[in-house]
Design a protein around this ligand. Sequence first.
Ligand SMILES: [Zn+2]
Ligand SMILES: [Zn+2]
Length: 457
Amino acid sequence: MLMETSCCPVTACWTSPCQPPVTMGIPVFILAGLLVHFVFLVSIFDIYFSSPLVHGMTPQQTPLPPPAKRLVLFVADGLRADSLYELDGNNTSHAPYLRGILENNGSWGISHTRVPTESRPGHVALIAGFYEDVSAVAKGWKENPVEFDSVFNESKYTWSWGSPDILPMFAKGATGDHVYTFCYTAESEDFGAQDASKLDTWVFDHVKSFFNSSRSNQTLFSALNEEKVVLFMHLLGIDTNGHAHRPNSREYKENIRKVDEGVKEIASMLESFYGNDGKTAFILTSDHGMTDWGSHGAGHPSETLTPLIVWGAGVNYPQKVTSQFFEDNFLKEWKLENLKRLDVNQADIAPLMASLIGVPFPLNSVGTLPLEYLNNSAHFKAESMFTNAVQVLEQFKVPKLLKGLCGYEIGHVNSRAAFQSLVVESWHVAEEVTGCWGVKLNYAGRASTVGDLCSKY
Ligand SMILES: [Zn+2]
Ligand SMILES: [Zn+2]
C-alpha cells in the first residue's frame, strides 16, 4: 500500500511526478520507530531497575535486654533443604550433629527464598532482610548500587570468613570500621578445584586460629567478649560441589558431612572460649538450593527451599507435636512428623538475628520476626513484634513525607500491608500477656498511637 497510489501504478511512481509523499517519510518513520522502542526500553529500566530502597528512617530496637550476647551464622551456600534433612538407606543423616540439634536442642524449618535464587540476593535477604535491590543487576550483582543497612552494620562487631564474592558487600556499606572480612582470594579459589570442601575447611581452620590468636591479643580478646557480636561463616564448598558433581553425588553429600563436623567443632570451641556462658545463639541456613542437574537461579522448589536450624541462647527447644499439616510430604520423608516445623520467608531471618542479640532491625528489612523460634517471655515477644511493626511503618512514612500524598509507589503499599498485619499479630501476642495488666495497658496505649499514625498516612 505504501508504494501504490490511486494516481499511478507502483512502477510508475518512482519516475512520475505523482510519487506519493509517504515514501519521503520512510526515514522519519524508521527514526520514530526507533525512538518509540528506545523510550520503551528506557522506561523498563526506569520503572523496574531503579532501587526500591528508601533512606532516612529512624532505627528501631526492642527496649528489653536480649537473650544472646553473640550470634553465629553459618551459611552453607547451595545447600538444599532435603539434602540436609533426609536420611539415607540406613536411616542415618548426612549431618548427624545438626540432626541431633534439631531433635534435642533447637528449632527447625524451611526458609523459603525468592527468585533469583542466586548467592547475592540470598545473602541480602538473610542479612539485610529485604529482597534484592534489582538495580544491582546493572552492576553485575557485584557492587551495591545503593548502600543498605544490615544486621552486620547494626552489630557492635562482625567478623566474617569466606568467599570474596559475598563478604565485601556487607563490609563496604557498613558505617565505621566494625565489619571485618577474611577471604581467600578469588584466584586461590582454585585450591578447592580438586576437592571443593577445602573451601569450608579453610573457613573453619581460620576461625579456630583467629580465636586462638586472641589469647595473646588483649584488644581482640575484649572485643570478642563484647555484646552484640556476630560471627559469620560463608561455606562455599557445597555449592561448588553441587555445580561440579550434582546434588545427588557422593561429593555433595560428603561435603555436607564435613560442614556438619566443622559446625560441631566451631560450636564446641566457642562454648569453651566463652566458658559455657549460655549467651551464644547459632543459625545454620543456606542462600539458595540447587536443581538435580546442578544449577540455581530459577524458582523450582529444589532451588527455593533451604534449611533453617536455630539453637542456643534465646531459641526455643524442639516442640513435640502429634500432627501437623503441610501440603508437601517432606515431614514423612524426613521422619520429622513429630517435631514442629517452623517455616519462614528468607527475609525473616534478619529480624530474628537482630532480636536475638538486641540490635535495631535493619532499616530496609521487610522481614517479620518468626516468634515461634523465640524462647522468651510474652512481654519480650510483644515488644519485639511492636518494634518490628514500627520499623516497617518507617519505610512507608519516609517516602510519603518526601514525595507528598500521591507520590508513593507500589512497593510502599506492600510495606503498609506488612505493617498492618504486623500490628494485628502484635496485638495477639499482647493478649497473651494476661495477668500482666501494666504491660498490656502500656502496650495498648502505644499501639493505638501507632494505629492513629497509620490512619493518618
Ligand atoms: Zn550461593
Ligand atoms: Zn552456585
